[in-house]
Design a protein around this ligand. Sequence first.
Ligand code: SF4
Ligand code: SF4
Length: 88
Amino acid sequence: MAYVIVSTCENCGECVDACPTESIYNTKNNAAWPTHYINPDTCIDCGACAAVCPTESIYYEDDVPVEHEADIEKNEAFYVEGPGADLI
Ligand code: SF4
Ligand code: SF4
């Protein structure tokens, strides 16, 4: 389990600074990966990122709204097949 960033993220970066495990990255100017994403392999479920997000775009995996369920796989994919694979 992990926390998940959904598509309403506006890339403010607050969550990056709050994360104690450096589990959050984004890409700049990449339309295929437009938001920040959480690495599910390193997230320790502390919730610090969700507490600071001004757009309420971060949820515990089990609490992700149904309209954003595709973002669960999107976060993981960023680190497996997306640009995040080169960042960790
Ligand atoms: S829940 Fe904690 S460890 Fe996981 S991404 Fe958010 S701040 Fe980082
Ligand atoms: S704090 Fe929220 S809006 Fe800001 S980058 Fe993180 S997920 Fe996106």
